[in-house]
Design a protein around this ligand. Structure first.
Ligand code: NAP
Length: 332
């Protein structure tokens, strides 16, 4: 059986170009004992992929040159040498950018696609939603009546963060690129307001909608937006450092200039990594399923066609902000 794959062959400096990738076809491997063969249905397209391409220390090892590009995905078990999985099971795993993946059973999780559309398990019911859930509830710790601001508000993580903060009774302000995304965040996701960071003065516009200051800022983007928020926080504010997409393709990192605001406001800024919460994933997924069924949480995602060969273009589209909700690539 032929297996289309994308390999990482060159580490990019700045924005990845076509020279980073090799598109090949090889023969799909066979599963050994306690392994399964998965046919990939959808891949999760994540900003973190850019970091995985760098040869630098992080929370996870870099992708080796010449290896299949790392990607989370969902698909169907088509051969099983595991007593735990049977042919036809739907699963999620780090399958890589390829049509077929052989993985040990301990690296694979079953998903129940009967009540929810499969791509939701890469978004709200997958890593993005779990990041949002633990990041906002445990680290942001929003209290009813507080003002919560979230950047990347129309994206996979940000859209869930804001909706959970609304469920918790907060005033929620999004930041997103462009009028259409801001309209979506307010009209479809129920945020109280959304500021287009590409238009006008972000600080002035945020001050207008946050007259009582900001109690929680959930940061997905870093850079100038983080610096602006540091000037608007209240005493005892919490800043959740979830990501910094504005910096991932930068050749010189821009650190926060206004960090002394943390001192003045006795505020805290804390980084989070979703994987630290893996033991509590089932509890979070159950809660989010309830919110989806109750109509309180919109599990939004955007499916792009193109298969394995379409991966580089879809990754570019993520950094260009062409997605609303979780961006997934259809493989099968
Ligand atoms: N810590 C963790 O465990 C963890 C886990 C998952 C994700 N993350 C992080 O969470 C953040 C959001 O990830 P996601 O998967 O939800 O992606 P996403 O928000 O669905 O997509 C990325 C969005 O970033 C925005 N963007 C791109 N360049 C930007 C720039 N220069 N300045 C401001 N915004 C920019 C674009 O939206 P606009 O059109 O609005 O600009 C784009 O749609 C990322 O930083 C990611 O690394 C962290």
């Amino acid at each position: 059986m032929q297996n289309q794959q994308i390999l990482l062959i060159q580490r990019p400096i700045g924005t990845p170009g076509p020279e980073s990738w090799s598109y090949i076809t090889s023969v799909a491997a066979e599963p050994s004992e306690n392994e399964v063969l998965i046919k990939t249905a959808y891949l999760s397209i994540d900003p973190a992929m850019r970091g995985w391409m760098n040869d630098s220390k992080s929370y996870i090892k870099p992708v080796e040159l010449g290896q299949v590009m790392r990607a989370l995905g969902i698909g169907e078990v088509i051969k099983s040498n595991s007593s735990y999985f049977k042919v036809g099971d739907w699963v999620s795993a780090s399958v890589g950018v390829q049509q077929y993946a052989v993985l040990p059973e301990k690296e694979v999780s079953k998903i129940d696609v009967s009540g929810f559309e499969a791509p939701a398990y890469l978004g709200t019911l997958g890593m993005s939603g779990l990041t949002a859930y633990f990041g906002i509830l445990d680290t942001g710790a929003p209290v009813s009546g507080e003002t919560v601001v979230v950047s990347g508000a129309a994206g996979a993580v940000g859209s869930v963060v804001g909706q959970i903060a609304k469920i918790k009774g907060c005033k929620v302000i999004g930041i997103a690129g462009g009028k259409d995304k801001c309209d979506y965040v307010v009209n479809e996701l129920g945020f109280d307001a959304c500021i287009d960071y590409k238009e006008g003065s972000l600080r002035k516009n945020l001050k207008e909608v946050c007259p009582d200051g900001v109690d929680v800022y959930f940061d997905n983007v870093g850079g100038d937006i983080l610096d602006t928020l540091l000037t608007l926080i209240n005493k005892k504010a919490r800043i959740v450092i979830c990501g910094a997409i504005s910096q991932y393709n930068a050749t010189a990192l821009q650190g926060p200039k206004n960090y002394l605001s943390l001192l003045v406001n006795r505020a805290k800024m804390e980084g989070i990594v979703v994987f630290d919460n893996y033991k509590r994933y089932p509890e979070a997924i159950e809660q989010m399923k309830i919110w989806i069924k109750e109509g309180k949480l919109n599990a939004n995602y955007q499916v792009e066609e193109g298969g394995v060969a379409g991966f580089p273009a879809v990754l570019d589209a993520l950094f260009a902000g062409k997605n609303t909700g979780k961006l997934v690539l259809k493989i099968d």
